[in-house]
Design a protein around this ligand. Structure first.
Ligand code: ADP
Ligand code: MG
Length: 393
């Protein structure tokens, strides 16, 4: 051991924590062998210069959609072929223009410079596909594409003009209702084949976690009961394997920080709260400004206490939408933003409720007419901490 090694903290808990990261692609994906087999069979024609059917993968977050397509891409990429498979996350590639540009970038060096119109892209695409090239574009979180109907329309036209070559799509969506939002024509084109990824059960999560624990943690560090608890908590909430892995990873970090040599049930319980806060922070960070302002207003009033809490018949943990609206307007004024109308304000409340950040109920008769009562899902001080950078007084 060199003197340098001696200064490094000894790895007593983790063997390789990258194995626990959501980007890691494990060699074996239990409970998804048939999905992977079917996807490979559907996309295989691309390696033989034939256009595969379009494919949609759908199912809730953390059901293995991304990791499975990555595995399939790895497998097909090993073969000698003229096909190219391209993965894009549509949070970044969120328009027809960006997606076409990304598809073409490797073949059309001019595209490094910007300023080309859609017609140019279209012509280049025809040229590329006309040369016999098969492109499979994997659009992860496809529901984020603003003009998806236009994209599908353009690609259908490209494919119609050509005998050999073409572009197929693999779309991935966490939203089950996404299909209904599409124009019927692009729906039938995109949904040539669809595959559902169901949430994992507690037993399935136990197996997935045990496999990762074996690679990511040192031997004997994680109690079996801690694995089972993480699996049970997750199955009860969502069946989201990413959440389960986060729980164990965080539990490991907490044990390590405390200088303990084992990860126990207590660590998993403590990690649960921490993970929930992290997830809330992620959700809140990506909210538009007005939503954040309304949420901050709710946190502020929750901390101060409702003006009406002493009225008879009022559950004091609830706030009135009127007082929150006033606070929202005050905040907008303070930060020189124009407040949106009451109709929008109600939309924001609705969205916050959908995201699980607040709960709302209509008031019972007699309390200040008819109003909406609001309750924060998290600690007000946690919300204030998360949003501090934006709204420090
Ligand atoms: P989705 O794209 O459906 O939201 P991911 O594919 O990103 O889900 O999976 C979330 C996490 O769970 C990733 O870390 C992934 O490696 C892991 N995971 C999902 N399914 C399995 C499985 N069957 N076996 C092992 N790990 C899995
Ligand atoms: Mg995904």
């Amino acid at each position: 051991m060199t003197s340098c090694d001696q200064n490094l903290p000894k790895q007593t808990i983790f063997r390789d924590s990258t194995v626990l990261s959501p980007h890691f692609v494990p060699k074996i994906l239990p409970f998804r062998e048939s999905h992977i087999g079917e996807m490979t069979a559907i996309l295989y024609p691309a390696t033989k210069s034939k256009k595969p059917r379009n494919l949609i993968l759908y199912g809730k977050t953390g059901t293995g959609k991304t990791v499975c397509i990555k595995r399939v891409m790895e497998e097909l990429g090993k073969r000698e072929s003229s096909a190219s498979m391209m993965y894009m996350n549509c949070r970044v590639y969120n328009s027809r223009y960006r997606i076409l540009q990304k598809i073409l970038k490797g073949y059309v060096p001019e595209l490094e410079k910007t300023g080309f119109g859609l017609t140019f892209l279209y012509e280049k695409l025809i040229e590329l596909a006309g040369s016999g090239k098969q492109v499979v574009a994997v659009l992860d979180e496809i529901d984020m594409v603003k003009d998806l109907d236009d994209l599908v329309y353009t690609l259908t036209r490209v494919n119609d003009e050509l005998k050999a070559g073409g572009v197929s799509l693999v779309g991935i969506s966490n939203k089950l209702s996404f299909k209904d939002a599409l124009d019927p024509r692009s729906r039938s084109s995109l949904y040539e084949t669809e595959m559902l990824f169901p949430p994992y059960s507690s037993e399935q999560l136990q197996k997935i976690l045990s496999q990762r624990v074996g690679e990511g943690f040192q031997d004997g560090v994680v109690d079996n009961s801690a694995i089972n608890l993480a699996a049970a908590i997750t199955a009860q909430e969502s069946g989201d394997a990413r959440y389960a892995l986060k729980l164990l990873h965080k539990a490991g970090e907490m044990a390590e920080q405390a200088g303990r040599k084992k990860v126990t049930d207590d660590d998993v319980e403590a990690a649960r709260r921490k993970v929930e806060l992290d997830l809330a922070a992620e959700t809140i960070a990506t909210l538009p400004e007005n939503h954040q302002t309304v949420l901050y207003a709710i946190a502020k009033i929750s901390q101060k206490g409702s003006k009406y809490s002493r009225l008879e018949g009022v559950d004091e943990s609830f706030l009135f939408s009127g007082e929150i609206h006033e606070e929202y307007e005050g905040l907008c004024k303070k930060f020189r933003k124009r407040p949106r109308t009451l109709r929008w304000f109600k939309e924001y409340l609705n969205d916050l409720e959908m995201l699980g950040l607040i709960t709302t109920t209509p008031s019972s008769k007699g309390i200040r007419g008819h109003t909406t009562l609001i309750k924060l899902g998290l600690n007000p001080s946690d919300i204030m901490t998360i949003l501090k950078g934006r709204f420090s007084d």
